[in-house]
Ligand binder design. Structure first.
Ligand SMILES: Cc1cc2nc3c(=O)[nH]c(=O)nc-3n(C[C@H](O)[C@H](O)[C@H](O)COP(=O)(O)OP(=O)(O)OC[C@H]3O[C@@H](n4cnc5c(N)ncnc54)[C@H](O)[C@@H]3O)c2cc1C
Length: 373
């Protein structure tokens, strides 16, 4: 069987991975010389902690397992089972963490409530002030700037995989074929469009308006910290956004402790992961209204810097990079992904939102199962 995959972000690459694993030939077409979308711009968090119970958590846990297995075979993607800590600073935040630990699926996530001293034993870089921390053992990290390249190298080594960069797919032609902007037609037994947040153009032509929206985020990365940040770190604002934390305790927190005005205005939370070079990837903001800003704003960065410095108890190293990224998210946030048969033999897979890096191996596995690869 021959599979045509369009889009070389993590969703497309994982579809190529599963197709090759099942013995098929893959032609992978990418508009740019290398993917440059959300898959490169994210934290690289394999983030189980905040997922909604049920299908979303099951998908994230399966994907976490797949990432670990693939990471063993492809060390260059930088899989680390580092877990995460969410420090809490007062009774209201602590109550939300306690409610999370009381969930029936807490053990599957590896949730545990740690005292501040226990949290510092796990992550000694957290020298700032906090009362306790929610530990999530299942959280992990990969290197977003390296993962696609490392996976591609492994795919090329199989002899079953062809990468065609610098080609924009413009058309779906009949069944099971696409035409690129050089006029070349690529046909196979199945086509999977994994075109990320580009939901106009080709996608609108073949699928019409899809129930997916675009979300823009601001991020930054520091110079090396000079010491290990042994876990990823979130702040208690993340409780406000992730469905796993919905509880009466969260309602009380929302009512009694308004978010910092900058954080509220930009729908912010702190997420932070250390890169292999020691730098810290720090974010994020969420922008939903169009047109999106074309520049990055300083206030959110200043807020994040204050929060990180308060946890680390030390000044942040110099910021080396700032960027923004856009992901596609199902409008119905309870849906893990938008998977649609747009023609016979042609599938569109997009909209995993802020969980796409986490869930893509399991999303692609499900496509492969459903299509009988
Ligand atoms: C700032 C930020 C932080 C995030 N953090 C995390 C995180 O820590 N953990 C997590 O789980 N998720 C995270 N996400 C979400 C995650 O990054 C995305 O869900 C995921 O990367 C989407 O992958 P994708 O392959 O669908 O899209 P993309 O990575 O955008 O890839 C789509 C590719 O398709 C190509 N393409 C588009 N149209 C065509 C065409 N017509 N022909 C050929 N090629 C085409 C594009 O050039 C692009 O390379 C984050 C996202 C952002 C923006």
């Amino acid at each position: 069987m021959k599979v045509i995959v369009v889009g070389a972000g993590v969703v497309g690459t994982m579809h190529a991975w599963h197709a090759v694993e099942r013995g098929h030939e893959v032609v992978h077409i990418e508009r740019e010389a290398e993917a440059r979308g959300a898959s490169l711009r994210n934290f690289g968090q394999i983030w189980v902690s905040g997922r909604a119970g049920g299908e979303e958590l099951d998908t994230a846990l399966r994907a976490r397992e797949l990432w670990e297995g693939i990471g063993t075979r492809v060390p260059g993607l930088g899989f680390r089972a580092i877990g995460s800590l969410t420090p809490v600073r007062n009774e209201l935040e602590l109550a939300v963490a306690e409610a999370a630990v009381a969930r029936p699926d807490a053990a599957a996530r590896g949730y545990k409530l740690l005292t501040a001293d226990e949290a510092r034993a796990v992550n000694p870089a957290l020298r700032g002030a906090f009362e306790a921390a929610l530990w999530c053992e299942r959280d992990a990290a990969v290197e977003p700037r390296l993962a696609q390249l490392a996976l591609r190298e492994a795919l090329l080594a199989t002899g079953k995989y062809t990468f065609l960069p610098n080609r924009e797919v413009r058309d779906v032609v009949g069944e099971n074929a696409v035409r690129d902007d050089r006029g070349e037609v690529h046909s196979g037994d199945a086509v999977v469009l994994c075109t990320g947040a580009w939901i106009s153009g080709l996608v609108r032509e073949v699928a019409g308006e899809i129930p997916v929206r675009r979300v823009r985020l601001q991020m930054m990365q520091t110079e090396p910290l000079g010491e290990a940040l042994t876990t990823s770190v979130a702040d208690a604002d993340s409780f406000r956004y992730y469905p796993a934390y919905a509880s009466e305790a969260l309602d009380s927190l929302q009512a009694a402790q308004p978010q910092d005005p900058t954080a509220a205005a930009h729908r912010m939370q702190l997420l932070m992961v250390q890169r292999l070079d020691g730098g810290l990837t720090i974010g994020d903001t969420h922008e939903y209204e169009h047109p999106f800003a074309f520049d990055t704003l300083e206030d959110p960065y200043e807020h994040l810097t204050r929060v990180v410095e308060s946890f680390l108890g030390r000044p942040l190293p110099k910021i080396q990079r700032r960027w923004a990224g856009v992901y596609a998210q199902c409008v119905d946030a309870s849906r893990v992904v938008h998977r649609q048969r747009v023609r016979d033999g042609v599938w569109l897979v997009t909209g995993p939102g802020g969980r796409g890096m986490t869930c893509s191996p399991a999303i692609a596995e499900k496509t492969a199962d459903e299509l009988g690869w």
